[in-house]
Design a protein. Structure first.
Length: 250
């Protein structure tokens, strides 16, 4: 559960059509993953939902009678489109029956507990039957597919390298562009410092050091000036100049 999921879950930033479609089609999938994590499972784990197929036929008939009273608002309605799927009702009923003792221990006078007990009594069964039904669901046998998977020796395989997602590629590209801009900004700042020092006649401070790439770029962009050597003065010319100055002084 990340802060990004919490932020996007409330649809605070639905400013474009694409974000609206992503919110509609992806939010339910994210809700399922969060529900699995809060229930103690892995986000992408395939969870087998428990239904009423593990109980015997006599107990199943009794639970079906309670089910009709408990879920009367979504069961056998005249308008078929409003009827809930029977498999969904069985899973919901199995959860209610199995966790009823825990719910009753937490709050015996809660409306949910009273509603369940009323439906059981109205169906012609006792509260003792209601307490016995969870034991059938708790001792449900494991499916053959799960047993076959457990019997197989576990082979440790090297995990396949995960492909980089599109969002991660965009983030990496943005980071590279930002680093490029920062590098260019540092180079521009160093050039401005050298230019100001040249205009003011001050030497460049030692803390401002150019990168090696800048020096190479400047070497190629600016032609090197050739140093001019002054003409050599002969010895007799120097002596004549000195002698002339001495004669004038006398």
């Amino acid at each position: 559960m990340t802060a990004r999921w919490i932020f996007d879950r409330g649809a605070w930033n639905l400013t474009t059509t694409n974000k609206g479609f992503n919110y509609i089609f992806n939010t339910s999938k994210q809700d399922h993953m969060i529900a699995k994590v809060l229930s103690g499972y892995k986000p992408k784990a395939a969870i087998l939902l428990q239904d009423l197929s593990s109980v015997d036929s006599q107990t199943l008939e009794s639970i079906d009678e309670v089910q009709r009273n408990l879920l009367v608002a979504c069961y056998q309605l005249e308008t078929e489109i409003y009827n809930v799927n029977k498999k969904v009702i069985d899973v919901l009923t199995a959860g209610v029956v199995r966790h009823n003792p825990l719910l009753k221990s937490l709050s015996p006078r809660s409306p949910a507990v009273k509603r369940i007990e009323t439906c059981v009594t109205h169906a012609g069964h006792s509260l003792a039957d209601l307490l016995a039904w969870p034991t059938h669901l708790a001792k449900a046998p494991v499916s053959c597919t799960d047993i076959a998977q457990d019997d197989k020796p576990q082979v440790h395989r090297d995990p396949k390298p995960r492909e980089t997602s599109y969002e991660q590629k965009v983030i990496d590209h943005q980071s590279a562009v930002i680093e490029h801009f920062i590098e260019n900004s540092n180079r521009q700042e160093a050039r401005m410092d050298r230019f100001e020092a040249k205009m003011n006649g001050n030497p460049v401070p030692p803390t401002r050091k150019r990168a090696k790439g800048d020096e190479d770029a400047d070497d190629f962009s600016k032609p090197k000036k050739k140093q001019r050597r002054g003409s050599a003065t002969d010895l007799h010319a120097t002596w004549f100049t000195w002698y002339a100055q001495e004669s004038v002084g006398k």
